[in-house]
Design a binder for this molecule. Structure first.
Ligand SMILES: Nc1ncnc2c1ncn2[C@@H]1O[C@H](COP(=O)(O)OP(=O)(O)OP(=O)(O)O)[C@@H](O)[C@H]1O
Ligand SMILES: [Mg+2]
Length: 225
């Protein structure tokens, strides 16, 4: 079964000159278990808009969103927040970490909010920090980590919650070329080794090519890239 299905997603925004600009014009997308899918497209084509709709952070004007076959398009705020916490992991261009907390606490915190005991959550955090090669930075305050190290903590945090789907919007966009390449490998290896599903957006065509399936957002619809 598909973990995530989007069907006929439409979204428009008010135009400054009056009227509306259509950004998504009937987007269909499905993501199956363990699948890694990339989305490319020119700046302003609507990639981030699409990701935020898939992650239930904003609502489409029209269209249906299903998680594991269940229609979640009309869930209320509480329902979407609960679904996000339990089923989705996020990595952004510059991922937000709690700067006064250590790397391991940043990963353990959402697990504890989900009901895990502190000791177990810290144990999980250590396990996933090892997965992203950051065991030696476990106790570092996140404010004292480099950009690439922070992205690795964000990757570990996204996977640690054992989500159905991980969303990544230009996860290497803020890094120099060499660090970006390292983070790409770490992200894809970590996701593949844990069997998770990943939907990521990037401007980097080489990175996009490493996905199992490549899509391009063009003129409001997704096509094979
Ligand atoms: N809240 C909003 N109100 C009005 N217009 C918006 C809003 N959010 C996005 N847009 C417009 O929708 C279009 C798509 O934006 P989006 O951020 O999804 O593009 P993108 O493909 O992610 O671009 P980039 O590659 O630069 O990140 C842009 O023209 C943007 O200005
Ligand atoms: Mg964007």
């Amino acid at each position: 079964m598909n973990l995530l299905e989007l069907e006929g997603i439409r979204k428009s925004f008010p135009s400054p000159s009056g009227g509306r600009i259509s950004i998504l014009d009937g987007v269909d997308l499905s993501l199956s278990e363990g699948e890694i899918v990339s989305i490319v497209g020119r700046s302003g084509s609507g990639k981030s808009t699409l990701l935020s709709i898939a992650a239930l952070l904003s609502r489409p004007d029209e269209g249906c969103i299903r998680y594991s076959g269940r229609d979640v398009s009309s869930l209320d705020e509480r329902g979407t927040a609960a679904l996000r916490a339990a089923s989705m992991g996020f990595v952004f261009q510059s991922s937000l970490l709690l700067s006064d907390f250590s790397a391991e606490e940043n990963i353990a915190m959402p697990l504890m909010i989900q009901g895990m005991k502190r000791q177990e959550a810290l144990h999980e955090a250590a396990r996933y920090l090892e997965l992203v090669g950051l065991s030696d930075r476990r106790k570092h305050r996140s404010a004292a980590l480099s950009g690439g190290e922070r992205q690795r903590v964000a990757i570990a945090r996204a996977i640690a919650g054992n989500p159905l789907v991980i969303f990544a919007d230009e996860p290497t966009g803020s890094l120099d070329e060499k660090s970006a390449a390292a983070i790409e490998t770490i992200l894809l290896d970590a996701v593949r080794s844990t069997g998770h599903s990943l939907l990521f957006v990037t401007h980097d065509l080489d990175f996009a090519a490493k996905a199992d399936r490549r899509l391009e957002l063009m003129e409001g619809v997704l096509c094979d890239a």
